[in-house]
Ligand binder design. Structure first.
Ligand code: COA
Length: 522
């Protein structure tokens, strides 16, 4: 056996393994049911109206757009989940990355069966995040547009601020200037703000008798000028491909439009995704993760056990194996693509932070993407550690995480608490991808700890702090996070290897730069 091959220490007969397995299966089922409730949402009337018009549903459109037999990496499917009385499944927009004619593309598709494809705060966050990922990973963008623009009752929360609706068009201009194709298919209404998505695109396709583009729809025109005009006459496919020139290609229907779009991408002179090389499968079954992920959230998962089920051949070339074991670092390949892993194995100590900083610099010098397996309660506290300067060493790692030029992928496998979230490449550190397992928790600290801190400060009795425990509990779940777009989606642990491989192939799509680091306090 290869000397780098991890030997698992798991006892599959143990009560702990069996209990974890059962509980994680339940969590997995809950996740699948939640996904299915947004994909097959219950507004049957809106779905019927949509399909009777001869239009395909949003995910059917994407299925036709991406290369046959390849898998579309859908992002943040549970955005807005549990909010808005669940009236905005997936926040009314589907985003994700897929291969089109062998080229990795970001796809942003409105779901017109959700309040006419209109935009609430989460819809905008999701659209803007997709474009930021396109900028980070240098991906062409395809917009399947079918939207009534801003969800009017929410206008004050979605219209004017820096990362509100206007950012969508700002990003389109920036992406176009970077030479990344911006292609729209107008598959339904594009009103007001929605009109600018196709108008700002490099090339626009419009579907006959379905697509319309106008700054103000017929009712607004009537109110403003008294003019009576039909939607088709005002801004239909014929108008825009023959009179105004706002669109460039006329399509007969959704299927025809998607075919034209695939041709445009094929002719866009973009880099094709590299062919996957041959690789070894892990020695251990991925299903075993279910018995390994602890259900209490307070137990450490030995990162080697995760790596053994994700890495090619379960091989892990460990760095500084015997030093600062609370942070595990080393090199792996996942489906043939190399990554440098940084994984928590307990709270962060000063030595662990220095080890992490060293390893980040190593990967940076060599252009190797970083994969953070985050399960962290925070930095170690106490007089001894403060005197040793834990804050200074933690700061080094945060500097390195911030300024490295190599791509970062973060997977939260357990807790994501306090400054540990920062040092381990949380959302504020711009990882190219951030995924969560369903069991994960994200918060400044645990509910019990927060209650006890407040109790100490305010000297209140324990009884009064109970609501805080519940509040922290509710606000730290993976569902709470993903609903608010603090991440790029919850993933099924059983899909971890597949999704990490996809993410790695996307982040290595572009040339990898070296970072420029700031002043490390010594
Ligand atoms: N704000 C809030 N709600 C809107 C909306 C908007 N801009 N546009 C549509 N909706 C809602 C409708 O009230 C309806 O809600 P319901 O399901 O609770 O009844 C749902 O979305 C579907 O709209 P409907 O008009 O029934 O569907 P449609 O497919 O026939 O038409 C539109 C969709 C988008 C073409 C049409 O609703 C429209 O023109 N909306 C106004 C667009 C506009 O002027 N936007 C300006 C804002 S930038």
């Amino acid at each position: 056996m290869n000397q780098n091959c991890i030997i698992s220490a798991i006892n599959k007969e143990s009560a702990e393994y069996l209990e974890n397995f059962q509980q994680n299966q339940l969590l997995g089922n809950e996740f699948k049911q939640s996904l299915s409730s947004v994909i097959f949402h219950s507004n049957k009337q809106a779905i019927a109206k949509h399909t009777e018009r001869g239009k395909l549903l949003v995910r059917q459109r994407i299925d036709l757009l991406v290369d046959e037999g390849t898998s579309f990496l859908e992002l943040s499917s549970l955005a807005a989940f549990g909010q808005w009385d669940n009236q905005f499944p997936s926040a009314g927009i589907v985003t994700g990355i897929g291969l089109v004619e062998g080229i990795q593309c970001m796809i942003v598709a409105n779901d017109a069966t959700v309040k006419g494809g209109t935009y609430i705060k989460e819809t905008i966050k999701k659209h803007v995040r997709a474009q930021e990922m396109a900028i980070q990973n240098q991906l062409p963008c395809i917009y399947l547009v079918d939207s009534g623009g801003v969800y009017l009752p929410e206008q004050a929360n979605v219209f004017p601020d820096r990362f509100d609706f206007g950012r969508v068009f700002y990003n389109q201009s920036k992406l176009s200037a970077m030479g990344l194709p911006q292609i729209s298919i107008v598959m339904g209404s594009c009103t007001a703000g929605g009109a600018y998505v196709p108008a700002m695109s490099d090339q626009t396709i419009i579907v006959k008798n379905q697509g319309t583009i106008f700054i103000g729809g017929p009712p607004l025109v009537k109110a403003a000028t008294g003019e009576d005009v039909s939607a088709e006459e005002l801004g239909g496919a014929y108008v825009h491909t023959t009179i105004s020139g706002v669109a460039d290609y006329l399509a007969q229907d959704d299927v025809d439009a998607i075919k034209i779009c695939r041709d445009l991408i094929a002719q866009s002179n973009q880099r094709k995704a590299p062919k996957i090389q041959s690789f070894k499968e892990p020695k251990y079954a991925i299903e075993e993760l279910l018995g390994i992920i602890p259900i209490t959230g307070k137990k450490v998962v030995h990162p080697h056990e995760i790596i053994a089920r994700v890495a090619d051949g379960s091989e892990f070339h460990e760095f500084k194996k015997s030093y600062a074991p609370n942070l595990v670092t080393g090199f792996v390949h996942i489906c043939g693509i190399q990554a440098g892993i940084i994984a928590n194995n307990g709270f962060l100590t000063a030595e662990a932070a220095r080890k992490g900083t060293h390893f980040i610099e190593l990967c940076d010098q060599r252009g190797i993407p970083l994969l953070f397996l985050q399960n962290i309660t925070g930095f170690i506290v106490g007089k001894t550690y403060e005197h040793q300067g834990i804050a200074r060493d933690g700061a080094k790692m945060i500097h390195a995480v911030t300024n490295t030029g190599v791509p970062k992928i973060t997977l939260v496998t357990g807790g994501s608490y306090g400054a540990g979230n920062y040092a381990m490449s949380g959302r504020a550190y711009d990882p190219e991808f951030l995924f969560l397992w369903p069991n994960s928790k994200t918060a400044v600290m645990g509910g019990e700890q927060a209650a006890s801190v407040l109790q100490t400060i305010k000297n209140k009795d324990q009884q009064e702090e109970h609501p805080l425990i519940n509040q922290f509990h509710d606000e730290s779940t993976a569902y709470y996070s993903t609903s608010r777009l603090w991440d790029d989606g919850i993933i099924d642990p059983l899909e971890t290897r597949k999704i990490l491989a996809q993410a790695l192939s996307i982040v290595t799509n572009k040339p990898i730069n070296k970072g420029a680091f700031g002043v490390y306090r010594m």
